[in-house]
Design a protein around this ligand. Structure first.
Ligand code: ATP
Ligand code: MG
Length: 487
């Protein structure tokens, strides 16, 4: 299917999220859509997939004008989209999600639907259990299910909005293979929205670049990455250096901490993180690193062992109490765990303050939020609701809500969804905190990020923590071996 967008416009009040965008996509190819945070990528793709109507402009499919009333309507006409935030229904089973919005008959034929789901999944190398519930699946599996649902619904054009931000390296390989299959063997049109330019270079044949709601250019791929980056930002952003720092006294001490869940046991973690230290956890998703972070945040009580904060035993304390004692936590699920979709930025700030007041000082909080919007370079107003921010700006909001000073900062995927310039800026802000003596413990799926920013690193594999390695003396290869469990 050949896709043409003509002069697409989308205005939110004074914000011109899309300001006259025209582009063409040929079948059988993988295209990239790139651009800085808030450039208008998700907005454009939501229009192409029927999630929201444009303010103006036309969509043509194989030369025929098309108008979509809903994502289901767009899918029926051949366009399917995997959203930046999953749209599935967590309490439901896989099979129910698969059938959602598709089968309108009263009696659902589960048996043949199950067989169809399994067959289609295996064609693309996905392994999904139809009877599992969504909340037991990893992000990568939820994504595979959604893709299969779109393919079964007849998608000829597939849009993937930052599909690799929350999935394992292995799932990423499978996803890329499936994208090649869809285009090369099945002649589908695929559009990838991504900030990971290496992936874009590897997969796509052409990149469209957006900046501030406008199409600023197109580029055949692969190309010199600087050319692409320059087009995205209008200039080459400078990469900042990592300041040297002398570590202080121990802030966080884990002594024989053991965590048991019904899925995984993490035995006997012993670890000390000192003031000003940046400590990275590597490992495949679900290997135990997140549980340890949650134990430090008071969100997962350890079955055994002790957690100490600045020498004080805080084992069994909840997050709210730890927060009052200088602990901050940034969760991976932006809209599921970290933010409340319908609340404004100011309301978020009020909720995030550790001290609770009887009367709320609205003007004071609004002013404080205005200041944080500037510091964290959030594209939005104090009144903007969290769901109206672009993905990267939601990530910045999570940082803006952290209190100052902090003794300990726990982060899951700190730069997920950020463009290269904002990722760099975020680490600058983190280094400022380190200079104030904050100990930082973070998880990342990006080994290069872990090596570049950590002082020390530990790798998790099947619930076990490896020996601690010095970041200056390790390589991505060595970490990769540890992740595979070959110590
Ligand atoms: N529902 C909405 N209401 C108001 N403004 C919106 C809404 N959706 C998006 N915007 C604004 O439109 C602009 C473009 O957002 P969009 O989500 O398309 O950016 P993006 O390129 O996908 O960025 P990112 O890389 O951060 O995901 C942003 O300034 C955003 O705040
Ligand atoms: Mg987006």
């Amino acid at each position: 299917m050949r896709v043409e967008l003509r002069d697409i416009r989308k205005y939110f009040g004074a914000v011109k999220a899309n300001d006259g965008i025209s582009l063409t996509l040929e079948p059988g190819k993988i295209y990239a859509l790139v651009g800085e945070n808030g450039a208008g990528k998700s907005t454009l793709m939501k229009i192409l997939s029927g999630y929201q109507p444009p303010t103006g402009g036309d969509i043509l499919l194989d030369g025929q004008p098309a108008r979509f009333h809903s994502p289901a309507d767009a899918l029926a006409k051949g366009v399917g989209m995997l959203y930046q935030d999953p749209l599935d229904m967590p309490p439901f089973r896989v099979i129910d999600n698969y059938l959602l919005g598709r089968d309108r008959r009263l009696r659902l034929d589960y048996k043949s639907a199950r067989a169809e789901l399994v067959a289609l999944a295996s064609r693309y190398g996905f392994a999904i259990d139809p009877n599992a519930t969504i909340d037991s699946l990893s992000m990568g599996e939820r994504q595979q299910l959604e893709l299969v649902r779109l393919l079964a619904g007849g998608a000829q054009v597939l849009i993937l909005d930052e599909p690799t931000t929350g999935i394992s390296a292995e799932q990423k390989e499978i996803l890329f293979e499936s994208m090649h299959k869809m285009t090369r063997e099945e002649g589908k049109t695929v559009i990838l929205v991504s900030h990971k330019l290496e992936e874009v270079q590897e997969l796509c044949i052409y990149a469209y670049v957006l900046r501030r709601g406008k199409l600023v250019g197109g580029q055949e791929l692969p190309c010199a990455s600087e050319a692409l980056v320059e087009m995205m930002f209008g200039q080459l952003p400078q990469r900042s250096r990592r300041p040297a720092f002398t570590l202080g006294t121990p802030v966080l001490e884990l002594q024989d901490v053991t965590i048991n869940t019904y899925q995984l046991t993490v035995p006997d973690v012993n670890l000390t993180v000192r003031a000003g230290e940046v400590f990275g956890f590597a490992g495949l998703e679900g290997s135990g690193q997140r549980l340890v972070l949650q134990a430090c945040a008071g969100l997962m009580p350890p079955g055994k062992g002790h957690v100490r904060l600045g020498g004080q035993d805080v084992t069994g304390w909840g997050y709210h109490r730890l927060q009052q004692h200088g602990v901050g936590y940034v969760a991976a699920g932006r809209l599921e765990e970290g933010l409340v979709a319908g609340l404004s930025l100011t309301e978020h700030l009020i909720l995030a303050r550790p001290e609770k007041q009887f009367f709320i000082d609205w003007p004071g909080n609004r002013a404080a939020m205005t200041e944080r919007i500037a510091t964290y370079q959030i594209v939005g107003q104090p009144e903007t609701t969290a769901d109206a921010l672009s993905g990267g700006n939601q990530q910045r909001l999570l940082f803006a809500l952290l209190n100052t000073p902090l003794k300990l900062l726990l982060l899951e995927h700190p730069t997920r969804g950020l463009d290269v310039r904002s990722a760099d800026y975020t680490w600058q802000l983190l280094y400022n905190r380190r200079a104030d003596g904050t100990a930082i413990l973070f998880i990342s799926a990006d080994l290069d990020e872990i090596i570049a920013h950590s002082d020390r690193i530990a790798v998790f594999s099947g619930g076990r923590m490896s020996r601690v390695v010095d970041a200056r003396e390790t390589t991505a290869d060595e970490l990769g071996h540890l992740i595979g469990g070959q110590a």
